[in-house]
Write a protein that binds this ligand. Sequence first.
Ligand code: PGA
Length: 253
Amino acid sequence: MSTLWIGTSWKMTKTLDEGRAWAESLRDDLGGVAPTGVQPFVIPSFTATTAVGEVLGADSPVLLGVQNAHWEDAGAWTGEVSVPQAKDAGAQIVEIGHSERREHFGETVETTRRKVSATLRHGLTPLLCIGESLEVKDAGGSAEFILEQAAGALEGLSADQLSRVVIAYEPIWAIGEKGRPATVEELIEPFAALGEAYTGKVTGILYGGSVNLDNAAELLRIEHVTGLFVGRTAWELGGYLELLRIAEAHAAR
Ligand code: PGA
């Protein structure tokens, strides 16, 4: 069974003090060892990346990420951060194509493709987010839509490069305050499609969108799901620790 990737993006939340406190408590709770069968990861905002990495420590079992990075290594791109800069700040993962970035910041299939390529070129792990709107879902087009988003972003990769990619399927209608949790039934078909295309070829296929302590176990039981990508439920450390425990229990089945 694949290692379960269980992680959180903090989106645009947490001060340095809040981020350090979360990371300190996580470090102390784990005691240097990941739960068996689980790969924890945390994706703070840029300002907290280095601080969180320093608190977790160089040998931490928790991987560290950033929420975005530019495809160029350096240059006149005001407001952007490059993959080498993210790496320099301690990041091992680059989140790419979250629906909030697609909706508000002009992220396209083309820019996700360039960012995946830059991330791999620098030896970091691309965490590619894909997901359809409610409109697409209601028209019955979810599987086709997300396969197209993934194929576009991963176009031209060798088998070896593809094997270093993590995919997160996050239906837009299930994300955040405005979203509602997806039912297991609604996720069977999209994961069957993703599984057919990518199981065994990528590092993992995660689910994200209103993951909570009540639905995490059943989400992990869906075929082809190999982890969870979590917002709100994990922002309080207690919630994240509970998710890790649920995943560890699932891995031990
Ligand atoms: P949520 O966020 O868990 O708060 O719904 C998920 C995400 O955007 O990744």
